[in-house]
Design a protein around this ligand. Structure first.
Ligand code: ATP
Length: 577
């Protein structure tokens, strides 16, 4: 199966541990069979009162085989688990390194809770592929063949009985287990994903659910989903147990068969009676080694399903990624010009485009404001610029370089971005200010905090997850400070001061505009006051540019912008009365 190719590659790299675990397992299997064979023989021999040295030799052999079995089993466990965990490590790294650059594309289609469940659950499932799928057949074949050779030395019929037993253990029992397995293929995984999605949503929306009195209803739904998951897990466990029980039943049948066959061979004189107990013990022990075969199909199906889902997640997101040409280009450390050429964009599953025929050119160093009603497509414009989404038609260029020829990380490194809902990590203010590419002294950081009017915040102040202990205005100012420190030459600010009071907003924006002097700046704003200083204002409505020009030009036009401006003025006057 080609989805497991990534796993096979990782297995090849762990070949040393895998080989050692196979050797350990083989030695433990043989020592086990030998131990019980020697015990059976010893018991039978004592009846005939053999010389003392025979008994001493046999008891010593039993002890030695016991020790060898324990030591080899330990080695097998050590190396096989080391191989498994290294494989798991490699898989996680390989999967995450593929996933990270594709994350926006994946999150467009997959709910975050489900994605989390997939990553954790599916990668975990793959660990069983080596231990429970690839490894057991190798071990069973090796130990059975060796045991059959040994048994054949006493009776070819006994060896054939073991062969029949092995075939039933390797194919018959797994086939019976598979019949039940097929019916519920992937049910636990699907239900776990549904459960994880619901838990994530409930945790994110806990406060609102509580405020709007929907918490109990959600809890009940969650309990239902949880009960479904538990029921599927129970069914799964029962199926595995049924497989193991069938295997044990087969072991007893073959051991009884060996007893009856041995008795018959003794009666017709083709087997010495002293070997009967040994042969029965051998058949009983060798089937222990084959026990994992009963659960192999379940684990195989599970691993393949997990590998397929992981590969599908990555592959379908890769398909959405724009292809990078061989000669990737980069933007120099200079102000960036931005052009949109008849760009259209529509979200998946949406009936109308978010942006239509957007054409504009913003020269390097220009300052542009983007205004328009809520839902008109302003943020989508930024997301296209940041390569978080891909236009359906048209071309975007930065410094005359088509965006598809620039790597995302390169674009992000050139942009000082403040999005509407910036993320803040658990840590300190300092942690949240510094990015991978920035390195500043504390004095410089404190200076920037002062300038964005966060004078009362200290660098060592704690920030809770998602900035829970910061007000919306503080978050916006912290995001602006982070953007200032980032050092790119293209500023993308999406309503960066919407939660600030008028006076603080003026101060902060003046500082940001000073910092951006000489750089290209795009500012999405709902407030029109203060836009007089922008080189150009673009008005977007229903995904189209409806007006564009300087502040004076748009006022003179007496169009949409003028109307908005009048309304804002009236509201301002009314609130000052
Ligand atoms: N992830 C998404 N999936 C589907 N549709 C979306 C998504 N994000 C936004 N939209 C839709 O695209 C349109 C443009 O949204 P966008 O966020 O760009 O508007 P906006 O002008 O920035 O709005 P606001 O001023 O309220 O932030 C809206 O109709 C919105 O419903």
């Amino acid at each position: 199966m080609k989805e497991l190719a990534i796993f096979t590659k990782a297995m090849i790299r762990e070949r040393r541990d895998i080989l050692l675990s196979i050797l350990g397992g083989f030695a433990a299997g043989l020592a086990g069979v030998g131990l019980f064979a020697a015990s059976g023989y010893l018991i039978a021999q004592t009846v005939f009162a053999p010389p003392l040295y025979t008994l001493i030799m046999l008891t010593s052999l039993v002890k030695i085989l016991g020790l060898v079995r324990a030591a080899s089993r330990y080695g097998e466990r050590l190396f096989s688990h080391r191989a498994t965990f290294s494989l798991l490590g490699r898989l996680r790294t390989a999967f995450f390194s593929k996933l990270v650059p594709l994350t926006p594309g994946i999150l467009n289609r997959t709910r975050s809770g489900e994605l989390l469940a997939r990553i954790v659950g599916d990668v975990e499932s793959l660990q069983f592929y080596f231990l429970r799928v690839a490894y057991p057949p190798v071990m069973v074949v090796m130990v059975f063949l060796a045991t059959m050779l040994f048994t054949a030395a006493f009776s070819i019929w006994a060896a054939l009985l073991l062969l029949a037993g092995m075939l039933m253990a390797a194919f018959g029992v797994p086939a019976l287990v598979m019949i039940g397995q097929r019916r519920v293929h992937g049910a636990v995984k699907r239900k776990r994903a549904a459960f994880s999605t619901d838990v994530t949503e409930m945790l994110f929306g806990f406060r609102d659910l509580k405020l709007y009195g929907r918490l109990n209803q959600r809890e009940e739904e969650l309990q239902q989903v949880s009960a479904d998951l538990a029921a599927s897990q129970r069914d799964d466990a029962l199926r595995l147990l049924r497989g193991q029980a069938l295997h044990t039943f087969l072991t007893f049948i073959i051991s009884w068969g060996m007893l009856v066959l041995g008795a018959y061979l003794i009666v017709n004189g083709s087997l010495s009676g002293v070997f009967l107990a040994m042969l029965v013990m051998v058949s009983n022990t060798v089937f222990e080694e084959a026990a994992p075969m009963a659960t192999l199909p379940a684990y195989k199906q599970d691993s393949e399903y997990a590998a397929k889902r992981l590969t599908d997640t990555v592959l379908s997101a890769e398909k959405q990624q724009p292809e990078l040409p061989a000669n990737r280009r980069s933007i120099d450390d200079e102000a960036v010009s931005v052009s949109f050429d008849e760009v259209c964009f529509q979200y998946d599953d949406e009936w109308r485009p978010a942006l239509q025929d957007i054409s504009l050119h913003l020269p390097a160093g220009s300052k542009t404001a983007i205004v328009g009603p809520s839902g008109s497509g302003k943020t989508s414009l930024f997301e296209l610029l940041l390569k978080l989404r891909k236009p359906n038609r048209g071309e975007i260029r930065l410094n005359d370089i088509p965006l598809q020829e620039l790597e995302e990380e390169h674009v992000w490194s050139k942009c000082n971005t403040v999005l509407q809902h910036g993320h803040f990590f658990r840590g300190t203010i300092r942690d949240n200010l510094l990015t991978e590419q920035t390195c500043f002294e504390d004095e410089e950081l404190s200076f920037v905090l002062d300038q964005v009017q966060l004078k009362d915040k200290k660098l060592n102040d704690h920030v809770l997850e998602k900035g829970e202990n910061l007000s919306d205005g503080e978050k916006q100012r912290l995001a602006l400070a982070r953007a200032v420190l980032h050092g790119g030459r293209l500023w993308l600010l999406d309503e960066p001061t919407s939660s600030l009071d008028y006076i603080t907003e003026r101060k902060v924006l003046r500082y940001v505009l000073d910092q951006a002097a000489g750089d290209t700046l795009l500012l999405i704003s709902h407030r029109l006051a203060g836009l007089e200083h922008m080189d150009r204002i673009i008005v977007i409505e229903q995904g189209r540019i409806v007006e564009s020009g300087t502040y004076e030009e748009l006022v003179a036009l007496k169009g949409y912008f003028y109307e908005l401006k009048e309304i804002e003025l009236q509201m301002f006057e009314a609130s000052n009365k």
